[in-house]
Structure formats: C-alpha cells, structure tokens
Design a protein around this ligand. Structure first.
Ligand SMILES: [Ca+2]
Ligand SMILES: [Ca+2]
Length: 440
C-alpha cells in the first residue's frame, strides 16, 4: 500500500490549490490594539522619578488586561475587566540610569494579545543636576534636560473649588433614616436629590474564603491571581454610616459641574469620550460614567459627603451573612445590569429592585463600577493591624479600589467581595461612584 500516501498527498495539494489561502491579517485584525499616548519615546526623566505611562487599548470583545514590561521583564499588570476601550495610566519608578525600553501589550478576554507598543526612556543621573556650577558647560549641553517632566501623580488631588463654601449649604440631601431593609419597594427615581440609606453599626464578614476564590476562578476561566486579594474572609466592625441609595447620576453630576465649573480628568485630556458624551438624552438618571477617582472625590466633597471606605461599601452591599451577590447566593442575571443582559450600557439607577442589597441599596452589583476611597493592596486583608475596626485601607499605594462590576462584566466580577483597582486619574466608560457619610 505504497500508493495511498501519495494519493492522499495529491488530494491535499489539489484541495490546497482550490482553497483560497486565508490572509494572515484576519487574526491580527481581531486582536486588541494598544498605543502609548504619553510620554513620547525618547523622554528623559531623572533617576528616582515616577514616570506615568498612559495607554489606550481597544477590542470589541473587551480588553482583559494591560501589561507593562520594562527591559524585557514584566513590571505591572492592570485588569481592565472586559472594557471595549480601556484607558489606563501606569506608573514606573525610574531607578536605574541609562536607556530603558518600555513596552505595553493588551490581552482581550479570549487571551489574544496585541502588538506591543514600545517607547525608549532615558533615565538621567541626578548628580548631573545637583553638581555645583563650575563654569564649564555640562557634558551634554542640552538645556532641555533641566526641567524633567514631573509626574502629576504626586500633585495633591483636586479639592472642591473655592465656590464650595457657598455651594455646600444648597446641596440637597434627603436622608432616609430607615435602618430597616427596603427590599422590594418601588425605587423612587431621584430627581437631582440624593437619598441615603442608614447602615447600622456592627460587624460583618468581609472578603472571600478559598471556596469563593476557587468558584470565581472557575467561572472566570482565568488565573486565581485575579481574586487572591479577597483572601481571607475576616470579621470587620463598621460604625454607623449613610450611603447613597443610588449611584450618582448624570443629572446630579451636571448640577455639580454647573455650580463649580469642575473639569473631569477625561475632559482635561481632551478625550473624545467623556461623561458629557455618554450623557445622551434620556440618560439623566443613569449613573454618570467616565469618572476618575479624583472626579468622584471632588463630587462627594461638594455634596457635603465623602467616598465610602471599602469596608463600608462591602457591608452595604452584602450585609452580615457573607453572601455572594447583593440579593443572596443564587445567581440570577435578571437582578442586575451585567453583560448577560447584552445592554452594553448603563441603565437608569434603581432599575433592578430585586437586586437590592439587604439594606435596600441599589445597583451594588453591576451598572457602573464604583470608586472607593481606599488605596488597593493585595495583602491588606491579611496584614493590616487596624483592619478589623473601621478599616480605611493602606496608607498609600499605586491604585484605588473599584467595586461592584458594571454592565460590561461577568458573574465573578459583580460579586460583592470582588476587588478591582485603577490609578486615581484613570477613567473608563463604566466607571462611576456613589458617596457616603458618617452617621455621627
Ligand atoms: Ca454599581
Ligand atoms: Ca478582582
């Protein structure tokens, strides 16, 4: 039977000749894209400075994460959480003088990888700038070296504008002083006012146990590194506080912007998309999105409130029985706005009363991600000395926390215990917030 392989080969050749070859661009075109918006390649920084690397990535199926590589070693990874368009500002400390190659690449939810975007950064020895003038020209003679780009991350976060003093008293806060759950009641559409819900003092179970993390990892089909920051479940005492019943809406943010002239981080960067472009007619009572942590902080201060701590947010979302989602432990995608609903956008706040938390707080799962006051740390649940009583997060960090998932996200992202993170100047089409207030 020597002829059989020969005949088979002829058939294959014939089929190959008749079948048009697939152009390789097909697979490339379906991969995510990424670009480095700033700094430009060739930028010079002084050793010890932090450099901000701003990237934009896109993929129709959702960008899953962005990796920053420095000189062929991975430096950091940012979770995008299935964003069609992901904007992130990563920071790199320039500790070693010389030329460094910085590369970023994006992964989509199907683990397809973008072509990397690369820049070269020159890190300058600080002694060049501290040396006493000797009258001789500096070796390089480039006067542009002296003012290195100062990372704006070290600038203090914008505080409420000077008009705050006159504005605050007019902020309308109707506080619902009902400590009893209001589950199942028809949500009252906010009309520029902000209802708050009282969360009584007491302990609750914060974080996840190993089973929860394993379950989330299985749903996700990803690595458990995405969930290990939820470990371990621990008892936390939280003093009484109020939290907004709804995410802050376009209507409310408009009142703030009109009263103060506040410009969001996305607007400062002349983004094509901002909260204003997302605010289509009819979306007055949708959560305001494209928000950065700074934007959320400025609004909450203006409203005479503050951002919630991570412990406050999680307690308001899941009560004291360690449930997975605000309504309980039975998955039901009809109880919230997440990606199984295929909406691709926000919904009016309070549209899912069956998804209310035990205290009656709305949209704690899905709709918009919510910025949290605290810095993010992977180990804070494990090693914070004061974590068990009104924890306020680590003293500092690179990222702030986001909670709750959005219309873009999956079953594992919208769990009450899920923690997400982002630089405080970063924003995205599904990043919003709500405010809180201490009860005393
Ligand atoms: Ca939400
Ligand atoms: Ca997470």
């Amino acid at each position: 039977m020597k002829r059989a392989p020969y005949i088979l080969a002829m058939i294959l050749l014939f089929v190959a000749a008749c079948t048009p070859t697939q152009p390789p661009q097909i697979s490339l075109a379906s991969a995510p894209t990424i670009e480095i918006v700033s700094p430009p390649s060739g930028v010079r920084v002084v050793q010890g400075d932090e450099l901000e690397i701003e990237t934009k990535s896109a993929d129709a199926r959702g960008v899953d994460r962005v990796e920053l590589w420095v000189d062929d070693a991975i430096y950091r990874v940012d979770e995008a959480g299935a964003q069609p368009n992901y904007h992130v500002i990563q920071r790199w400390r320039a500790d070693t003088p010389g030329e460094h190659k910085l590369r970023v690449r994006a992964f989509n939810v199907d683990e397809q990888i973008s072509q990397p975007a690369t820049i070269v950064v020159e890190v300058l020895d600080p002694s060049l700038f501290t040396a006493t003038p000797t009258g001789t020209p500096t070796p390089t003679g480039t006067p542009t070296m002296t003012p290195p780009p100062t990372p704006t991350a070290t600038a203090p976060p914008p505080t409420a504008t000077p008009t705050q003093g006159t504005v605050v008293p007019t902020a309308t806060i109707t506080t619902t002083l009902t400590p009893t759950p209001t589950v199942g009641t028809t949500p009252q559409a906010p009309t520029g006012q902000s209802q708050m819900i009282y969360i009584p003092a007491g302990e609750f179970l914060m974080g996840s146990n190993d089973d929860h993390v394993l379950q989330a990892t299985n749903w996700c089909g990803c690595g458990s590194d995405r969930f290990v920051d939820e470990l371990y479940m621990h008892k936390v005492y939280v003093s009484a506080f109020y939290i907004d019943k709804y995410e802050v809406t376009n209507r409310q943010f408009t009142a703030f912007a009109n009263a103060t002239g506040y410009i969001t981080d996305a607007e400062k960067k002349y983004e094509a998309n901002t909260w204003r472009t997302a605010f289509a007619p009819g979306k007055e009572d949708h959560p305001v999105v494209w928000m950065s942590w700074n934007d959320a902080n400025a609004y909450c201060q203006w409203a005479g409130k503050r951002m919630p701590t991570e412990a406050e947010w999680e307690k308001a979302a899941r009560g004291d029985d360690a449930r997975l989602w605000p309504w309980g432990n039975e998955w039901d995608s009809a109880r919230l706005n997440m990606n199984e609903g295929m909406r691709g956008t926000t919904t009016k706040v309070g549209s899912f009363p069956a998804g209310a938390s035990p205290y009656g707080v709305m949209d704690m799962g899905g709709n918009a991600w919510e910025w949290i006051n605290d810095w993010h740390s992977f180990t804070y649940y494990q090693n914070g000395a004061d974590r068990d009583r009104d924890p306020r997060g680590p003293e500092g960090g690179e990222d702030r926390v986001l909670r709750g998932g959005s219309f873009n996200n999956d079953i594992h992202d919208v769990r009450c215990a899920n923690r997400h993170r982002g630089g405080q100047m970063g924003y995205a089409p599904d990043h919003g917030f709500r405010c809180a207030k201490s009860a005393n």
